[in-house]
Design a protein around this ligand. Sequence first.
Ligand code: ATP
Ligand code: TZP
Ligand code: MG
Ligand code: MG
Length: 269
Amino acid sequence: MKLPNIASTLTKVRQQNPLVHNITNVVVTNFTANGLLALGASPVMAYAPEEVADMASLAGALVLNIGTLNEQEIAAMLLAGQGANRQGVPVIFDPVGAGATAYRTTTARKIVQEVKVSIVRGNAGEIANVVGENWTVRGVDAGANKGDVVALAQTAARKLGTVVVVTGPEDVVTDGQRTYVVANGHPLLTKVTGTGCLLSSVIGAFAAVERDMLLAATSALVSYGVAAEIAAANQGQAGPGSFQIEFLNQLSKVSSEEIIKYGSVREIN
Ligand code: ATP
Ligand code: TZP
Ligand code: MG
Ligand code: MG
């Protein structure tokens, strides 16, 4: 995958200002809206079962995130997902905490069964649990299991019939046939809550402007990771608070030249 194509996909997001409908968790709602705005997308959060199908069908992408799930929200996610599917709107799914409790695992599996999802994004433990592979999970954070993340992502993509993104120190993106590893990002991303959730919504913004879901997801990962690297360098030694703000700044500023200079994508055969 070529870095100039990734840079052009970021430019398309900024030019097209896609509407991204998020049904997400209460922890990350504001950060997600601000991150999407900084990137150049247009966020909307809508949760009422009475309106979600209409909102999803107006959007460029729908993002479903089960971080603080409850019965009404699950019902809304299914309605929104089906509304998006009827209009051909791509659906991105973040199975936050799948494997931590039976309720999360069951719900995540129900969503991928009842909604045609385009891209699933999670940490290794979450992805493993959605597809019934063995992995340790604690709370909403990745477990310490050091399994083969590439094999896990490929297995998950084949079982689900979607693009799968497994994030961590390096990110793996695959449709089960082609597989890429993105080595951008910074450890400070793990010290700010919601950076995984925001990434799933950022993938939504890219999926809204690019039909090739592998290119969309990879472009989102590189843009996000390079923005984080520049933000970490700019905030010096200040720490997670300053990094969070500078990261939003860099989501709005990261340039095509910086994507081409610092982007790190390798294909796995
Ligand atoms: P978790 O709950 O396990 O933290 P998450 O849903 O927050 O998962 P992450 O896996 O943390 O998602 O991914 C969010 C972003 O942080 C991605 O862009 C990823 O590349 C980046 N990231 C995570 N860990 C590291 C790390 N150690 N070094 C560099 N980047 C990282
Ligand atoms: N608890 C439930 S959802 C949530 C927490 C802390 C946010 C998780 O965000 P992320 O992006 O997975 O770190
Ligand atoms: Mg994280
Ligand atoms: Mg997460």
